[in-house]
Design a protein around this ligand. Structure first.
Ligand code: SF4
Length: 428
């Protein structure tokens, strides 16, 4: 059994000597099975959840308002890339009206067992490209200086310097190291208004994690960054559609021209697009231009829950499915970025919808991405839940059982790995 973890008002974190930790699935408190807890991976961060008390279990669920006359504040873990959370923290807000929404992170149940912190999580991708040990800013800074000295007026490189050093975007860092996946942000507008958009928060309830880019690079700036990366980097990927931008399909002409120019000069590497999939006709054009792979994001396979979260303008969930189908029909490596959330993504109608989507489109990879948002805010934005939640680990097992041809993961794949089931090395 794992013990409750809590904080005092000075953010000092403690483990409770007797009470079991609680977890949550949607808005229900649940026990976290022992086998679903893992020692927190390197790179995990612990957060306090101001305004919320933790909830423990001892025969019944019970909010813990104070310990030894100290006010008890809930604590959550934020996992590094490659891990999917299975449970939310179990919390109680005594007065939700005075507790502002939390910033855009994926809050995960955390406890204490055998002298270490444990989190309700499962590793879903064996690729090690985003492990903390791969990044050391002392070695990064000379690369940034070198690349900027080579192209001092390239505004895209200056943007990526900001992404690498202020936002600590690992893809931006890779761009300077010239290895693996590097970003090509081009879009300063979007045709959606996601509740949890990390580049623009229109309601002003929480800060966006990044400032959305305000300009598109020129074709020359784009290719000057992307071409040496494609030509030289190990397992090279250049990808449109990043956390600091809007929707890249709205930059159709620039992306199409850059793909054609890059492919006229090298066949090496993977040209990839992360997108909301709103414009199937544009997806088809970019595939015809030479795009290698695509990843379409969605929070739900239910049109009403999709619309409630994405708040799309001028398109619908039908277009998203059509984009996935189109990319696959063009022979491109096709994945979805499933924004997963315990108690929502594992509901029966979601699981059935996901399996149907896989069968209808032939997509090859499901990336399980923890949705970064205050759980209260996400649940309030969705239609009332339908169906039973089967559990996040059971969701993974169901995909593996019912759609064994689909890979499960977290990261984009370089073309060296297309067709390979990397997740086969993992047990869920
Ligand atoms: S589609 Fe992407 S850029 Fe557009 S609002 Fe949603 S998260 Fe933000």
């Amino acid at each position: 059994m794992a013990f409750l973890v809590f904080a005092d008002r000075h953010e000092q974190i403690y483990d409770h000597p007797t009470l079991e930790m609680g977890g949550a699935s949607g808005d229900s408190w649940v026990r976290v099975p022992d086998e679903e807890l893992i020692p927190i991976p390197e790179g995990t961060r612990l957060f306090t959840m101001p305004g919320a008390h933790p909830v423990s279990y001892r025969g019944a669920f019970k909010p813990v308002k104070a310990v030894s006359r100290r006010r008890a504040v809930a604590v959550a873990a934020f996992l590094p890339p490659g891990y999917m959370r299975s449970h939310l923290p179990a919390v109680l807000y005594p007065d939700p009206s005075v507790a502002p929404y939390l910033p855009l992170w994926a809050y995960t149940a955390v406890g204490w067992r055998d002298g270490q912190f444990v989190a309700a999580a499962v590793q879903v991708d064996p690729m090690d490209h985003q492990e903390p040990g791969q990044y050391d800013d002392r070695t990064l800074l000379p690369f940034i200086q070198k690349r900027l000295a080579e192209q001092p007026t390239n505004r895209l490189l200056h943007q990526l310097k900001r992404c690498a050093t202020e936002y600590h975007c690992l893809c931006a860092k890779n761009g300077f190291y010239r290895r693996w996946e590097a970003p090509l942000p081009v879009a300063f507008t979007c045709n959606a208004d996601c509740v949890g958009c990390i580049s623009l928060q229109t309601e002003g309830l929480v800060p966006a994690s990044h400032e959305r880019v305000t300009m598109a690079p020129t074709l020359e700036e784009l290719c000057a960054m992307a071409l040496p990366h494609l030509a030289e980097a190990e397992e090279a990927i250049v990808s449109f559609g990043q956390g600091c931008e809007g929707e890249p399909l709205l930059q159709e002409a620039l992306i199409e021209a850059s793909i054609e120019r890059l492919r006229a000069q090298t066949d090496r590497g993977t040209i990839h697009l992360n997108t909301n999939g709103s414009l199937p006709r544009v997806v088809e054009r970019l595939c015809q231009a030479g795009l290698d792979s695509i990843r379409v994001s969605l929070n739900s396979t239910q049109p009403d829950a999709y619309a409630a979260y994405y708040r799309p303008k001028g398109y619908s969930f039908t277009h998203v499915v059509e984009s996935i189908r189109t990319a696959k029909a063009c022979g491109r490596y096709t994945s979805i970025n499933l924004l997963v959330f315990p108690g929502v993504s594992d509901r029966e109608e979601e699981v059935e919808g996901l399996l149907r989507l896989v069968a209808e489109t032939g997509l090859e990879l499901i990336q399980m991405k923890n949705l970064n948002i205050d759980p209260r805010r996400y649940l309030a934005s969705l239609p009332p839940p339908r169906g039973r939640a089967i559990g996040m680990r059971e969701l993974l097992r169901t995909i593996r059982r019912e759609a064994p041809q689909v890979d499960i993961g977290y990261f984009n794949r370089p073309k060296e790995h297309f067709g390979r089931a990397l997740s086969a090395a993992l047990s869920f």
